[in-house]
Design a protein around this ligand. Structure first.
Ligand code: ADP
Length: 382
């Protein structure tokens, strides 16, 4: 890959629209040249605002944006070299699809032959060749969105910003469009910032993902680390489907005890990552780490099966323990149509514990987490 993208830095960047509403709160972010970074978070958390400020469409009310190490406020739009795909397409209504794609290239005096070659490739890759002479008003929402995406791709800028660019595109074409964006990234080495609220899309695309909530970056890391070593409860719950199971426990005498008094995990043989005796924690466990068995031997506690959804390759089982606690389990060999009474075991090594008040993960160092005493980290049936 030829890395040609610019670095982007946010230094203590803030944005408020009125005294009361602080949308972004002193955000620090460093995007390295050629990185594919995804901004992920729920609707209204400040993703689009961040992107628009990076694009120079809005000014921050505090802090700085640096592009290629230079204060972006001092740069012209040509110097910033940014292409952006907007959520609402923003196509030129009086230009055809082809003219929309071509416009920026004409402005930058790209020779006609190169324009034609580049655009033919992009139109084909986004299934738009047959629509190239239509006007935006003659296109469906998904087609317009593909034109907007194509227009951003055509520019070959140093920075490519995308705001929910695939939200209106059919599922099958969406995968193709995703592949195209990744191929383009590999080919051109642009720095990409991609905004989405869809965690699966974020996981599929990003080198790194910045999870945002309430105008703050909650965690910025690789998809695998967000999933396995979330920094706090928000990240743990936002990433992963079905969602992580979370419930309150008390740590007492090497055991984790559910509120009704049942021991749900015995940590006697494990290093207990700084747990304080007789303290409440929130226990998080991903559905695939909840083992379900029909036999009572070697288990933690009984539960009842509420429902089973069979996805073919795996089954999603909803369980109820102690008549009220709902737990989701993902298993691959569920004996369909069997008894409602089962036994549950939680995988010790994959337990996540969060501070009951701050919701920070107790020991965010993965190596220190529930390792068998005196042994290497390995799969064990305690
Ligand atoms: P996201 O992209 O994560 O959905 P936005 O960045 O669009 O979120 O919006 C973040 C917050 O800022 C929202 O609460 C939104 O209502 C508010 N906001 C965005 N633009 C404006 C504006 N021009 N004036 C006032 N409030 C705004």
């Amino acid at each position: 890959m030829t890395t040609t993208g610019y670095s982007i830095e946010l230094e203590q960047m803030s944005k408020s629209y009125s005294k009361k509403t602080q949308v972004i709160n002193k955000m620090n972010l460093s995007v390295v040249p050629g990185e594919f970074l995804v901004l992920l978070g729920p609707s209204g958390c400040g993703k689009s605002t961040t992107l628009r400020i990076i694009a120079g469409l809005e000014a921050p009310t505090g802090g700085k944006v640096l592009i290629d190490g230079k204060d972006s406020a001092q740069l012209s739009s040509t110097q910033r070299s940014i292409a952006m795909v907007f959520q609402d397409y923003a196509l030129y209504p009086n230009m055809t699809v082809y003219q929309n794609l071509e416009y920026a290239l004409r402005v930058h005096k790209v020779p006609k032959q190169i324009r034609q070659q580049r655009l033919a490739k992009i139109l084909a890759s986004l299934n738009l060749t047959n629509y190239k002479d239509r006007f935006p008003a003659q296109l469906s929402g998904g087609q317009k969105q593909r034109v907007a995406l194509g227009r951003g791709m055509a520019k070959k800028s140093k920075i490519f910003l995308l705001d929910e660019p695939l939200s209106n595109i059919d599922v099958q074409l969406r995968e193709k469009a995703r592949d195209e964006i990744q191929r383009l990234h590999a080919e051109n080495g642009q720095t990409i910032i991609y905004v989405t609220h869809d965690q699966q899309e974020a996981m599929a695309l990003g080198d790194r993902i910045a999870v945002i909530n309430d105008g703050k970056i909650q965690m910025i890391d690789t998809p695998a680390n967000l999933y396995h070593n979330p920094a706090n409860l928000f990240v743990a719950q936002f990433v992963g489907t079905p969602q992580i199971n979370v419930f309150k426990v008390n740590y007492f005498n090497h055991q984790l005890i559910e509120e009704n008094g049942t021991v749900v995990a015995n940590l006697a043989n494990y290093q207990a990552a700084g747990l304080v005796e007789d303290t409440d924690y929130l226990l998080g466990i991903r559905p695939e780490n909840v083992a379900v068995s029909l036999k009572a031997a070697n288990t933690d506690f009984p539960a009842e099966v509420e429902s089973v959804v069979d996805y073919g390759r795996y089954q999603q089982v909803t369980l109820r323990a102690f008549d009220r606690l709902e737990l989701k389990a993902v298993v691959s060999d569920w004996p369909v149509g069997t008894t409602r009474n089962v036994y549950v075991k939680l995988s010790r090594e994959n337990l996540l514990l969060f501070d009951d008040q701050t919701h920070e993960r107790l020991d965010a160092n993965p190596e220190a987490r529930f390792v068998l005493k005196g042994g290497q980290r390995r799969k064990v049936e305690a």
